[in-house]
Design a protein around this ligand. Sequence first.
Ligand SMILES: [Zn+2]
Ligand SMILES: [Zn+2]
Length: 390
Amino acid sequence: MPIVNRVADLQPDIQAWRRDIHAHPELLYDVHRTSAFVAARLREFGCDEVATGLGKTGVVGVIKGRKQAGNGDIKVIGLRADMDALPIEEETGLAHASKSPGKMHACGHDGHTAMLLGAARYLAETRNFAGDAVVIFQPAEEGGAGAAAMIKDGLMDRFGIEQVYGMHNGPGIPVGAFAIRQGPVMAATDSIDIKIQGHGGHAARPHKCIDSVVVGSQLVTALQQIVSRSVDPLESAVISICEFHAGNARNVIPDTAELRGTVRTLTQETRELVRKRVREVVDGIAQVTGAKIDLVLEAGYPVTVNHGAQTDFATRIAKEVAGDANVHEMPPMMGAEDFAYMLEARPGAFIFCGNGDSAGLHHPAYDFNDEAIVYGTSYWIRLVENTLAA
Ligand SMILES: [Zn+2]
Ligand SMILES: [Zn+2]
């Protein structure tokens, strides 16, 4: 069965919501306009319950099906969209471009929110399922762990969610196609903050100094060797040191240097190994050079791990919507996604919906592709109707 016909009728409305949200991007937990917009639509659609303020600005809508669930059936599933934008200056020049300087929906969360609203409207109209469809709109996906905040506020237990599903648009995947995989699909992140306290002095008298630039350079090189020499070549890891701040004169050896970077891994074992080796390398270089080095290694999002049975199920639904040939098994990605927290709490799956040949995510020229709306929205609807089939 291809896309849901009624969704084609709803497409202009969903597109209008998407562009309105796009024009008014908000960051992290400060998604007040967007969450008010979402809550107003959910009430308008006649959701049985609309809850606000979970995870500060998260919104949840509950839609009860009109069929009777049998014993042992799954009774409640959660569908999740994210609402926040990024601190990027938009360069699309589109009519619906951001009206807020320095903020932009460059990850397509405007599209995610609008598609889930579209699905909610359809589900509230038809209610052709047994049990509860719980639509989850979270803040702060982009680095603020909004999913974890909503879970902490009781998301899973309060609504009795048994399984949870997420979706992200995928630039480079054709419109009308989906991509998914079982197991690790997105990476864990850890952030590295290093402060080097050396001993500054005259550039011509290095022997009287502890050169924080040389110490920092050794660190950058040594940290790279963790990936090439400590991690199993069949495992995946990335260490990128992306900031290196030191000095302000060509003839002064600076006292201090600061480095900042990120670690990406796909399993808990590799994550722990890399964290341990980063500490050892920092300690070792401090000892060799005599510099004092402070390391702060902060854990970010966990690995996003798709559960087996739910991934198979999501794949089947995507094939119903898009056709067998248009649902692909993807390699894991080293980006991170805070839907990982929801998949730690409940079984489920995270799928990518083709955004066509657009600019990449987090790029100033990126725009969510409105042609994808009918596919993403149909996927949500079929997922509910099949999971909560009486
Ligand atoms: Zn993003
Ligand atoms: Zn995103």
